[in-house]
Ligand binder design. Structure first.
Ligand code: HMG
Ligand code: MG
Length: 290
């Protein structure tokens, strides 16, 4: 039996959040509905952040209200604070993701506060998630390289992972937010992080800016990780991470894993159909920009 690797689809959130043109809510819903048929266990569909900071995600509640939920698929949303958590829950998110940075420069740019302040702000979110029995996912951004502070020490990442573990995160996703990681830096980072959290509770979240995402996934597979985030059509980038191109494309990761003999449970035809939709959303935006 081939070994299972989970791909968490983050396209509707991480993929779309950076698109300059506002994508109509019904297009976002159609994308999620297509993804729901493709065999993902988890799809991150929205974020409940300040609409001033990320206008593209302002319609998260309508997206969650409009999708056709498929049993067995968990629909996740990102929240930066208790208000975001409450909105995500009210909208029916099954899983909530919180996010912190491994560097002070990126924390300031993305969340307008220090790492310590962001963790303090997230404590009531974690408590609420525990009370509600909602699975809590933690993201750590800039796990190898920061666009403001440069290379990030593995020990800093491990420290933040430990803090997220203490907050009660079931899983922590390690984000190479600007896609500058290399297999060696990813490996060194994982070596430190694995002292704090076992591989089965870690996910790799690679952006493909430098074309090294698949090599970095291979480095993470070597260290025992079996969960990877990806976005159909390679959509994405973080609005507060200059230079962050797309997330690694789901279709590339799925094909790569299949070549390596892993099972993802995905219907590659449907993944490709969703990727075509995602690329069309992006190119329509680009036509309007020019
Ligand atoms: P702030 O300006 O410091 O704080 O933002 P604030 O409390 O003054 O809030 C600003 C305004 O937002 C206020 O409205 C609040 O009411 C409102 P105003 O009074 O000016 O009209 N507000 C909210 N509105 C809706 N939902 C909320 C919410 N909270 C406040 N939950 C804040 C602080 C955290 C809000 C802001 O910095 C923010 O929203 N940041 C989010 C940035 C973001 O979404 N970045 C992308 C996601 S992270 C990512 O992509 C990385 C990842 O993919 C992994 C990786 O690749 O590394 C996860
Ligand atoms: Mg990301």
């Amino acid at each position: 039996m081939p070994e299972y690797v989970e791909i968490v689809e983050v396209g509707p959130r991480d993929g779309l959040q950076n698109e300059p043109r506002f994508i109509p809510t019904e297009d976002k819903i159609r994308l999620v509905d297509c993804l729901s048929q493709a065999g993902f266990r988890r799809i991150e569909v929205a974020s409940f952040v300040s609409p001033k900071w990320v206008p593209q995600m302002a319609d998260g509640a309508q997206v969650l209200a409009g999708i056709r939920r498929v049993p067995g698929v968990r629909y996740a949303a990102l929240a930066p604070n208790l208000r975001g958590y409450q909105s995500a829950r009210a909208a029916g998110a099954d899983e909530v993701a919180i996010f912190v940075s491994a560097s002070e420069g990126f924390s300031r740019a993305n969340l307008n506060c220090s790492i310590a302040e962001s963790l303090e702000r997230l404590a009531p979110v974690a408590a609420a998630a525990q009370d509600d029995s909602i699975p809590l996912r933690g993201y750590v951004s800039v796990v190898t390289d920061c666009p403001y502070d440069g290379p990030v020490a593995p020990a800093s990442v491990a420290q933040v992972v430990a803090a997220l573990r203490e907050l009660g995160c079931a899983e922590v996703s390690l984000g190479d937010t600007i896609g500058q990681g290399r297999p060696e830096t990813v490996d060194a980072m994982l070596q430190a992080v694995l002292q704090e959290m076992p591989a089965e509770r870690l996910a790799g979240h690679f952006h493909d800016t430098a074309g090294r995402a698949l090599a970095n996934i291979d480095a993470a597979l070597e260290r025992g990780l079996r969960i990877f985030d990806a976005a159909v059509g390679g959509l994405g980038g973080c609005p507060y991470a200059p230079g962050a191109a797309g997330n690694v494309a789901t279709e590339s990761v799925a094909a790569h894993l299949a070549r390596r003999g892993f099972e993802t449970g995905l219907d590659l035809g449907l993944v490709e159909r969703a990727a075509v939709m995602a690329r069309a959303m992006r190119s329509r935006g680009q036509e309007q920009d020019t």
